[in-house]
Design a protein around this ligand. Structure first.
Ligand code: ADE
Ligand code: ZN
Length: 363
């Protein structure tokens, strides 16, 4: 069997995906039309599509701190067309259909409520659209869970207000994440919000982006302190420990998003391994900006060190690589075998936070 067929047919599990980063030119155009919003410099869907292909593709070798900031500017500007429950529903449903077409059976997706509430959209509008799509997902053979993200370039007070707004939905959201611009925004800034997430019995994760200032310190803090003391594992995790990655340190997060820079230091590799937490990598996005020679050797190092890693698409509408394209690109760049690829999907299902034990067991 050739590798493309193998990857296409493999049931897959995606754990690092920003739902707002899946906003296609088509959906953006439809929402803009429905909501009477003009997209600057664009008069037709064709023009918008060509903008996606030019403006949003970054050059290889760009400064990594800059690329994240420039990407985020485009990312936030584009989502101003999302206003109604229907817009959020269709945004999520579009990706659920993409997931089905790629044989992605399980998804944990981030959403950024502050990016919407700061524009005057109600928190409840966002939630009702996303939860409606979640209920539809099984019709497409997909299971999806939501991870609420805090925007780290907003204030700690805004983060606290957001987690308070989420209280009525605490049983419908599975985790708290941290994303957006990492520059001068360390994870410790939001410790109080993450402590509240633990009170909601949510899992905890945080972006430790690639090539960011102080990223090694951020990784260490996330692994050992973010969210304070861990609660007891859920009953289903104890009953079936072989299906779960159970973190071993007394306090800290349950996963790291990216965290590729852990490969730079032997103490960090050892710490992450000892903690028994996994990394959700998105290597195709950063290899474009940092150069493959600065990314693929680190991916290989993490994997050979025995740290559970998964391969994900991050923001596929902008970064171009799909989940399948990511696996194929990384397999080629790192000379990974079919067995390695299979292991990454196995890691992903172990790292997943679904309470549905049978789904995990049968994946
Ligand atoms: N928000 C959406 N995509 C992101 C990324 N790749 N890093 C940080 N924040 C994000
Ligand atoms: Zn991300």
């Amino acid at each position: 069997m050739d590798i493309t067929t193998f990857v296409s047919e493999l049931p897959k599990c995606e754990l690092h995906l920003h739902i707002e980063g899946t906003l296609t030119a088509e959906r953006r155009w439809l929402c803009a039309q429905a909501n009477g919003i003009e997209i600057p410099g664009v008069k037709s869907l064709e023009e918008l599509k060509s903008q996606y292909l030019t403006e949003y593709l970054y050059e290889e070798g760009q400064d990594a701190t800059k690329y994240l900031q420039e990407f985020l500017e485009v990312y936030y500007a584009s989502m101003n067309v999302l206003l109604t429950e229907d817009d959020f529903y269709h945004l999520a449903l579009d990706y659920i259909k993409v997931a089905q077409s790629q044989n992605i059976r399980y998804l944990e997706a981030f959403f950024d409520p502050q990016a919407h509430t700061s524009r005057g959209v109600d928190f409840d509008t966002v939630m009702s659209g996303l939860l409606k799509a979640q209920r539809m997902a099984p019709m497409y053979d997909v299971q999806i869970h939501w991870i609420m993200c805090i925007l780290r370039d907003m204030s700690a007070e805004s983060a606290l207000e957001t987690i308070r707004q989420a209280e009525p939905y605490k049983d419908k959201i599975i985790a708290l994440g941290l994303d957006s611009d990492e520059y001068n925004n360390p994870p410790g800034k939001f410790q109080e919000t993450f402590l509240m997430a633990r009170k909601y019995a949510w899992k905890i994760t945080a972006h430790c982006d690639v090539g960011q200032k102080n990223s090694h310190d951020h990784i260490e803090y996330v692994v050992t302190e973010l969210g304070g003391k861990r609660g007891k594992p859920a009953t289903h995790e104890i009953v079936n420990p072989e299906h779960y990655l159970l973190p071993q340190l007394e306090s800290g997060a349950d996963r790291i998003d990216h965290g590729l820079n852990a490969a730079d230091k032997s103490e960090l590799l050892e710490l992450v391994k000892k903690a028994n937490i996994g990394l959700t990598l998105c290597p195709m996005g950063y290899q474009k900006h940092l150069g493959p020679q600065n990314v693929f050797p680190k991916v290989i190092k993490l994997h050979r060190y025995g740290i559970p890693i998964t391969l994900n698409s991050d923001d596929p509408a902008y970064l171009v690589y799909s989940k399948t394209g990511t696996i194929l690109g990384v397999a080629e760049g790192c000379h990974f075998t079919f067995k390695d690829i299979y292991d990454f999907e196995k890691n992903a299902i172990k790292m997943a936070w679904t309470p549905d034990v049978d789904f995990k067991r049968n994946f």
